[in-house]
Design a protein around this ligand. Structure first.
Ligand SMILES: CC(=O)N[C@H]1[C@@H](OP(=O)(O)O)O[C@H](CO)[C@@H](O)[C@@H]1O
Length: 408
């Protein structure tokens, strides 16, 4: 058992006595200076989760849309989902255990989950561009290596990229190549194929102005840009060269203030979008000829996507059950439109991707979006999973569709 090694290295990541933190909607989040011990311990927890699930687990160091001074951690489960809720209590107990209670907290998890400490484990680690993120990710690695686990540090990646990598690693590459380059190739191929299907693909060449929130999204979209040309050209602003992360920019700013971020001089008709600090949300917007600002938030994205998928289903004559999942923050008129005009069932879940995702899994096609721009489409008939037969029509719809899935 490696607990002795853990207790030894824990001293380098000692918890400030009396400090307690709550596991929030998407993990721990607070001022960066209070997080070193939490990161170390989440490294430990990720190893235990990896041994338990016999899969690769992800740890993303980010505080997403929070100010630059904050930081946080998101744990990624085997299929690229958020950490299963039953383990959140272990995360909280570990993060809040005083130094002398750490051994007991770890032993309890190992016993309760009947974890065989001899089992293999592997953790993949990513981080956003916050100045504190590099050291905090080293603390995660210290936790992982204290348990003598394998790991791979992917360095600077967006949250969706880390989720993607975890899923690829656990499906032997059938979902895609587990690299950032593999991610660009998969998404850009889907995008380019879809645009080429349009009868006017030449005339349909588009440009998009992107607010990178001065964060990781800016860095990564720069890398992805070459894969999208010539069908989509990008104009990047808030790329981190001048401004501060999430300051007067980013998806949250645009959504909350219903106005364009600083740093862009938007022309009427110009298509714009904003990421948040870890690029797992997106909102779109434009100005009309009267200079009125129009926002396409998660509600509108969900509506457009459901309409698009419904049309595809009719086209290929496929009867599948599709549902939309929103939260209580959704605009009531989007819900009414979906239910009454589109005739799509809409469900309300608690705030947090894990809740929406869970509900969306009840449908063959589950579209879920929070108004703030987190969301995706869940296809239950996954073409690479053996449990259900390969379905070419579904594959086609899915591949036509990947492009609409959030930047992640
Ligand atoms: C992955 C996840 O669950 N993210 C949460 C979290 O957003 P972040 O962008 O990850 O900070 O907080 C939001 C606000 O509470 C909530 O809407 C969202 O679902």
């Amino acid at each position: 058992m490696h607990l002795e090694a853990v207790l030894k290295s824990s001293v380098r990541h000692a918890k400030p006595a009396g400090l307690t933190l709550q596991y929030g909607t998407a993990g721990f989040r607070t001022k960066a200076e209070h997080l070193d011990h939490v990161m170390y311990r989440m490294g430990l927890l990720a190893v235990l989760r990896s041994k338990k699930t016999k899969s690769v687990i992800g740890v993303m160091v980010t505080a997403s849309h929070n100010p630059e001074e904050d930081n946080g951690v998101k744990l990624v489960d085997p299929m690229g989902e958020m950490l299963v809720q039953e383990w959140e209590v272990y995360a909280t107990n570990l993060a809040n255990a005083e130094e002398h209670e750490l051994q007991t907290a770890l032993t309890n998890i190992i016993k309760e989950e009947t974890i065989n400490m001899q089992d293999e484990s592997c953790v993949v680690i990513g981080r956003d561009t916050r100045p504190s993120s590099e050291n905090l990710s080293l603390a995660v690695i210290d936790g992982v290596t204290a348990f003598e686990s394998r790991y791979q540090d992917y360095g600077l990646v967006s949250t969706p990229q880390l989720h993607y990598i975890v899923c690829c690693r656990n499906t032997d590459g059938r979902y895609g190549e587990p690299t950032v380059e593999g991610y660009y190739q998969k998404l850009s191929k889907a995008f380019n194929d879809l645009v080429k299907q349009s009868p006017n693909s030449e005339a349909d060449k588009k440009s998009l102005s992107i607010d990178g929130a001065n964060g990781i999204g800016a860095l990564k979209i720069r890398e992805m840009e070459q894969h999208l040309q010539p069908l989509l050209s990008l104009l990047l602003f808030n790329d981190g060269s001048k401004g501060k992360l999430n300051h007067a920019c980013g998806a949250d700013y645009v959504k909350v203030l219903q106005k364009a971020p600083e740093g862009i001089d938007m022309k009427p008709g110009e298509r714009c979008c904003s990421f948040d600090g870890d690029a797992d949300r997106i909102v779109y917007y434009y100005k009309d000829n009267e200079h009125r600002f129009h926002l396409l938030d998660g509600d509108k994205i969900a509506t457009l996507i459901s309409t698009f998928i419904k049309e595809l289903l009719v086209k290929v004559d496929l009867t599948l059950n599709m549902g939309v999942v929103q939260t209580a923050y959704a605009n009531g008129s989007s819900t009414r439109y979906l239910e009454e005009i589109m005739k799509v069932p809409v469900y309300c879940a608690k705030t947090g991707v894990k809740h929406l995702h869970h509900k969306a899994q009840e449908f063959d096609i589950g579209v879920y979006f929070e108004a703030n721009g987190h969301g995706t489409v869940n296809f239950m008939i996954l073409h690479f999973v053996n449990e259900r037969a390969f379905c070419p029509k579904m594959y086609w719809i899915k591949m036509s569709f990947v492009v609409y899935v959030r930047f992640g």
